[in-house]
Design a protein around this ligand. Structure first.
Ligand SMILES: N[C@@H](CCC(=O)N[C@@H](CS)C(=O)NCC(=O)O)C(=O)O
Length: 391
């Protein structure tokens, strides 16, 4: 009804305007006076209403923000554990990865996006050690497959334990926990998970988050394995942290560098993630088009936030060269020496997530990464790590 009256008012104005436009110059002065007269009144009214709404919304928002900040400060330092699930969420796996040589007896389900660098890290770890697992491909728009979890990111690994199912969140925590388990298989997964509490905290930028602060630490119990030194454990930890804190952040600005590259990247994601098989057509269209445009825009902000060079490729090459220099300094084929360690697996997993992108091809042309990368591929695809954990 209100719209109807608005339309009527608008119509009346138009008739009035038409009548007066055809008048003489003298009369047009009069027309201006008549038409503009009601304006200050309306204008004042609208301004007052807008200002009141603005003040109300602003006050409400500030109040909510302040009370949330107070709550966050109160929460700082508090610990939470991820609760054990009694039953497995009834979701059919997208596929099963089975290694006949696997003797670990582990029953794992990985909730993931195929091309998420953090998920690639976990898959690379499992593949290297030849550990069988089920994969649940999560729909990135609706995320129905992880509705059962309070943690809304992927990867999530669900491990079958004695009394139910233990969810494990965060790729580095997952890798540390599994690695600790594999060195001392007598420990129960849910017991080990207690060593990785989630702490509420503000990070260096003042952002409030829940973080597994010791996620790069391996729980060796009372003694460290004979083939490891404290120095190499600390080095491995340093490089794993670098992979998460630095290397990961050069990827997005590189693979979404231009709109064209962003589209190429999303089309590749769709191909390797088998989106055609897992997601309906309407969602794929949204994922590719909205995803490519949004990520192209966001990547510009990420470039600034992570202080990347004007030519983001330069930053990418610099970081990978820093990694390769680290390997050279160690004198081995890998950062771990003759065999990959957890930092090799992390960096390989992260780079593998963009293997089909132009940025990766450029990286291969402009650095010596291929020698190490191909050697890693051989080890991971050959499940070379299984000899260290089976038997
Ligand atoms: N620190 C986490 C980061 C995980 C993360 O950020 N995952 C992204 C995908 S690459 C995610 O799930 N984002 C939320 C979303 O897509 O809704 C880890 O290492 O696992």
């Amino acid at each position: 009804m209100a719209t109807f009256y608005k339309l009527l008012r608008f119509g009346r104005c138009c008739v009035f305007l038409n009548k007066n436009v055809n008048n003489t110059i003298g009369k047009s002065r009069c027309f201006r006076t008549v038409v503009e007269q009601p304006k200050p009144k309306n204008f004042l009214k609208i301004s007052l209403i807008s200002a009141s709404i603005g003040v109300l919304v602003g006050t409400g928002y500030s109040f909510k923000k302040i009370s949330q900040e107070r709550k966050n400060i109160a929460l700082e330092g508090t610990e939470t554990q991820i609760e054990l699930l009694k039953y497995k969420p009834p979701i059919t796996p997208s596929r099963k990865i089975v290694f006949p040589t696997d003797t670990t007896g582990l029953k794992l389900t990985l909730y993931q996006y195929q091309t998420c660098p953090f998920c690639c890290k976990v898959r690379v770890f499992l593949d290297y050690y030849g550990i069988s697992y089920d994969v649940v491909e999560v729909d990135p728009v609706l995320r129905n497959e992880i509705k059962w979890s309070n943690y809304k990111k992927v990867p999530i690994l669900l491990a079958k334990v004695d009394k139910g199912y233990q969810p494990l969140n965060d790729s580095s925590m997952i890798v540390s926990l599994l690695s600790s388990y594999l060195t001392e298989k007598t420990q129960e997964m849910n017991e080990l998970a207690k060593y990785y509490p989630i702490i509420a905290m503000h990070d260096d930028d003042g952002k409030f988050k829940h973080e597994v602060v010791n996620k790069y630490f391996l729980m060796y119990g009372s003694s460290i394995p004979k083939d490891r030194t404290m120095n190499d454990i600390v080095e491995e930890r340093k490089w794993r942290k670098w992979a998460d804190d630095v290397l990961v952040h050069v990827l997005s600005p590189n693979v979404y560098r231009s709109l064209d590259e962003a589209y190429q990247t999303f089309n590749w994601f769709s191909k390797v993630g088998q989106w055609e098989e897992y997601f309906p057509a309407w969602e794929r269209v949204i994922m590719i088009n909205v995803g490519a445009c949004a990520m192209w825009l966001i990547s510009k902000r990420l470039k600034k936030r992570h202080h990347l060079k004007h030519d983001v490729r330069e930053s990418f090459y610099d970081e990978v060269n820093y990694w390769l220099d680290g390997i050279r300094a160690g004198g081995g084929q890998f950062m771990g020496g003759d065999n990959p360690n957890l930092s090799d697996l992390a960096v390989y997993g992260i780079l593998k997530s963009i293997e089909g992108c132009e940025a990766f091809r450029d990286l291969q042309k402009n650095t010596d990464v291929s020698v190490w990368y191909n050697a890693m591929r051989e080890k991971v695809d050959g499940h070379a790590g299984s000899e260290f954990i089976n038997g």
